[in-house]
Design a protein around this ligand. Structure first.
Ligand SMILES: C[S@@+](CC[C@H](N)C(=O)[O-])C[C@H]1O[C@@H](n2cnc3c(N)ncnc32)[C@H](O)[C@@H]1O
Ligand SMILES: [Zn+2]
Ligand SMILES: [Zn+2]
Length: 618
C-alpha cells in the first residue's frame, strides 16, 4: 500500500454512532465511518495521524482502531477528557463492578429524595421522573398561568387562563413551578406507572426545596457555584433566570448529584475514578431542567429552558448511563484494547511504543518536530455554529481538580466565532491560519490535510479556505466531496429548520512545495459576474425539481470553490439574497420519522420563478 495519490472521491454516507461515542455526548461529533474511511485512504497502519481539533475524539478512536498512531489536540479540557475515557485501556468488567458498587451505595441516599406514596399500596414508592411546568404571572391581570395548561400562540406566547389575553413570556415574573405528573415504581407491590400528583407530593418537594441549604451544610456537600457569565454568546432572555449554572437543576437533583459525586470522588483507584467521573458528567446532561422528557438528554447547542421539563431521578439515570458506559467500554476493548499506550512526549509517540498522545492546549503551537506527521485529519470549528467552551462548562465545573479548571474553561485562542464581537471574522481566520501553519510545518511533504467543513455563510467558507492557503496548502483538483448526513439525524428539528444545512463537505489539501509551480487555481470569477454564475448554477439545480437551501448549497459551494481563488471578490455574496431576488419559495409538507419533538411539519423549498414564456407556448 502506498500513501494516497488522489483525493477521496464520491460521497461517504454517514452512519449512526457506535457505542463508544454514546458513553458521553460531545458537540457536533463527526460520523465515525466517514472519519474512518478518510484515515484509511490517507494513511497506512503505523503512520502518525494528527487531529489538531480533536473534540469528541472521532479521529483518535478511529485511528487507533485502524492501528495508526494518533496525536489528538484540543484546548478544551472536556474534549480530551471524553476522548481519553473512550480509548483508555480499562477492563469493562472492572467498569461494570465499580458502577454496580456505586449504584449500590448510593441507592438509598439518592432515592429517598424521590419518595412518594404508592398509588396502589400506599407504601413508599419512588418517582422515576417528574414533569414540571413553569408558571407565569400574566402581565394583564396579575394572575398565574401554568404554561402546560395554557393555549400556546407561538414560541414563548400563551393565552392567560384567567383573563384570556395573550402574552409573551420574556422577562415575565413567575411563581414556583408546578408539578404535573410523575412516573413511579413501587418496590412493595411492584406497581409501575403514572401517578396523579397529590398535595403530599407537592408538600414534600416544597419542604426539600426549603431545607436544601441546611441539608447540604449538614452533609458538607459540594456542588459548583459558578455564575454564568453575562457576556456569553449563549446568554439569552430565556435563561437569564438562571444566575448560576447550578440554577439549571432542581434543588432535589442538585442534592442527588452532590451526593453521587462525593461517592465517585472517593473511589481510590485513579483510573476508575477518572472514568466514573465521566459517567457522572454524562448523568449531569440528563438530570437538568433543559431535559424535556425521560428519553432525551440535553441535546441542543444552547442553554434552553423549556416551559415543560422533565426532572429525571438521578439514580435511575446513573443506572441507564452505566449500561451505556459498559457497552462503550466493551466495544473499546474489543476494537482497541491494549493497543492504546498513552504518550507523554513527542519521542514517545514518534519513536517509542506509545500509540496515542492527547494534548490539552491550543494547536496554534504544536510540540511536534517538523515533518513528523503522516496525515492531518480534522474537523475545525465551523465558524460560530457551536460555542464549545461555553457549553462544556456545564460539565467542567463539576470536576475542577480532575480537569484542572480553576473557574471556567476559557481560552482567547478558541477558534470559534462570537457574533457579538467586532473583528471576530478576522480573529477566526487568523487563529485557524495559525493552526493550519502548524499543521503544514509538522506534516511530511507527501502528507495530506483533510478537513470536514460546512457553514451557511459563504464568508466563513472563504475565511477557512484563505487560512489554509496562506498556511501553505492548496486544495487539490477534485479535492472537494460532499458527505450526506446520518439518515435519522437528518430529520431532527434542528435539521428540519428552514434553511438548515445538512451533511458536510470533505476537503483534501496538500502542501504547496517549491517545485510545484502553479498549484493554486486561476480565478476567473470576479465580483461582477459571481451572481450571474450562482444564478446559472441554481437554475440548473431547480430545473430538476424543487430543492431545499441545503441542496442548493451543496451544488453552489463546490462550484464557487472550483472556480475562484477565494479572494475577497466573492466575499459579499449573500446566497440567500441571490435566491430571494431570483427564485421563489414554496411551502411543502414533510414527514418526520422521529416522534419528538414534532410529528408533522412543512419545509420550504426553492423553485424556479413563474415562467413568463407561457405566451410562447400558447
Ligand atoms: C468541531 S469540534 C471537533 C469535533 C470532533 N471532530 C468530534 O468528532 O467530536 C472543534 C474543536 O476545536 C477545538 N478548538 C477550537 N480552537 C482550538 C485551538 N486553537 N486549538 C485546539 N483546539 C481548538 C474546540 O474546543 C472543539 O472541540
Ligand atoms: Zn391574564
Ligand atoms: Zn405499591
Amino acid at each position: 500500500m502506498t500513501v494516497a495519490k488522489k483525493p477521496i472521491s464520491g460521497g461517504v454516507k454517514a452512519l449512526p454512532h457506535t457505542p463508544i461515542y454514546r458513553m458521553h455526548r460531545y458537540f457536533a461529533r463527526r460520523p465515525h465511518n466517514v472519519i474512518n474511511t478518510l484515515i484509511e485512504h490517507y494513511s497506512r497502519p503505523g503512520d502518525v495521524v494528527l487531529d489538531p481539533f480533536c473534540g469528541g475524539g472521532t479521529t483518535v478512536v478511529e485511528s487507533l482502531r485502524l492501528r495508526r498512531k494518533v496525536v489528538g489536540v484540543d484546548l478544551n479540557t472536556i474534549a480530551t477528557f471524553i476522548t481519553r475515557c473512550e480509548v483508555m485501556d480499562l477492563d469493562p468488567r472492572d467498569v461494570e463492578t465499580t458502577l454496580e458498587w456505586i449504584l449500590e451505595i448510593t441507592k438509598e441516599e439518592i432515592n429517598t429524595l424521590y419518595q412518594t406514596p404508592c398509588p396502589q399500596c400506599e407504601a413508599e414508592a419512588m418517582a422515576n421522573w417528574t414533569k414540571w411546568s413553569v408558571v407565569y404571572i400574566c402581565p394583564h391581570c396579575n394572575h398565574p398561568t401554568v404554561a402546560a395548561e395554557a393555549e400556546k400562540l407561538g414560541p414563548g406566547k400563551y393565552v392567560c387562563t384567567h383573563c384570556g389575553q395573550g402574552f409573551h413570556v420574556t422577562n415575565l415574573p413567575r411563581k414556583a413551578d408546578k408539578m404535573l405528573e410523575q412516573h413511579v415504581s413501587c418496590p412493595t407491590c411492584e406497581f409501575e406507572g403514572m401517578k396523579q400528583v397529590t398535595a403530599e407530593d407537592i408538600q414534600r418537594c416544597a419542604d426539600l426545596e426549603r431545607q436544601f441549604d441546611s441539608i447540604s451544610d449538614r452533609e458538607g456537600l459540594w456542588y459548583p457555584q459558578q455564575v454564568m457569565p453575562f457576556d456569553y454568546e449563549l446568554r439569552k432572555p430565556n435563561n437569564l433566570i438562571c444566575e448560576r449554572f447550578s440554577d439549571f437543576f432542581s434543588r432535589r437533583n442538585l442534592l442527588a448529584l452532590a451526593r453521587l459525586l462525593r461517592r465517585i470522588n472517593g473511589i481510590e483507584d485513579q483510573k476508575r475514578r477518572y472514568f466514573l467521573q465521566h459517567v457522572f458528567t454524562s448523568v449531569v446532561g440528563w438530570t437538568n431542567r433543559m431535559v424535556t422528557d425521560e428519553r432525551h438528554g440535553w441535546a441542543l447547542h444552547a442553554y434552553w429552558l423549556p416551559d415543560i421539563y422533565c426532572e429525571n431521578n438521578v439514580w435511575n439515570m446513573l443506572k441507564r448511563r452505566s449500561n451505556w458506559a459498559v457497552r462503550g467500554k466493551r466495544y473499546s476493548q474489543g476494537e482497541i484494547g491494549d493497543y492504546y499506550v498513552e504518550a507523554h512526549s513527542a519521542p514517545d509517540i514518534l519513536w517509542g511504543n506509545a500509540t496515542c498522545w492527547l494534548l490539552t492546549q491550543s494547536s496554534t503551537n504544536l510540540p511536534l518536530p517538523d515533518k513528523s506527521v503522516d496525515a492531518v485529519i480534522t474537523d475545525p470549528p465551523y465558524g460560530g455554529n457551536v460555542q464549545y467552551s461555553e457549553l462544556s462548562n456545564f460539565w467542567a465545573i463539576w470536576l475542577p481538580e480532575t480537569l484542572g479548571v480553576e473557574n471556567l474553561i476559557y481560552s482567547p485562542e478558541e477558534a470559534v466565532l462570537k457574533r457579538y464581537k467586532e473583528g471576530e471574522a478576522e480573529r477566526f481566520e487568523q487563529l485557524l491560519g495559525q493552526v493550519f501553519s502548524e499543521c503544514c510545518r509538522v506534516l511530511k511533504d507527501d502528507g495530506w490535510l483533510v478537513i470536514t467543513f460546512n457553514n451557511r455563510d459563504t464568508r466563513v467558507w472563504f475565511s477557512m479556505l484563505r487560512a489554509a492557503r496562506q498556511a501553505g496548502f492548496h486544495l487539490t483538483r477534485d479535492g472537494m466531496t460532499y458527505q450526506a448526513p446520518v439518515a435519522d439525524y437528518a430529520r431532527t428539528l434542528h435539521q428540519l429548520k428552514d434553511g438548515a444545512i445538512k451533511g458536510d463537505f470533505i476537503l483534501s489539501f496538500r502542501k504547496v512545495l517549491q517545485d510545484r509551480s502553479g498549484a493554486g487555481q486561476v480565478s476567473w470569477l470576479r465580483h461582477e459576474n459571481v451572481e450571474t454564475f450562482v444564478v446559472e448554477r441554481v437554475t440548473e439545480v431547480l430545473g430538476k425539481g424543487p430543492a431545499t437551501f441545503s441542496q442548493i448549497y451543496q451544488e453552489v459551494i463546490p462550484a464557487l470553490v472550483a472556480n475562484n481563488t477565494l479572494d475577497r471578490e466573492v466575499e459579499g455574496l449573500d446566497l440567500e439574497k441571490v435566491l430571494f431576488d431570483n427564485f421563489a419559495l414554496e411551502e411543502m409538507p414533510v414527514e418526520v420519522e422521529t416522534d419528538w419533538p414534532l410529528k408533522k411539519t412543512t419545509i420550504r423549498k426553492w423553485v424556479l420563478p413563474e415562467i413568463q414564456d407561457q405566451e410562447e407556448m400558447a
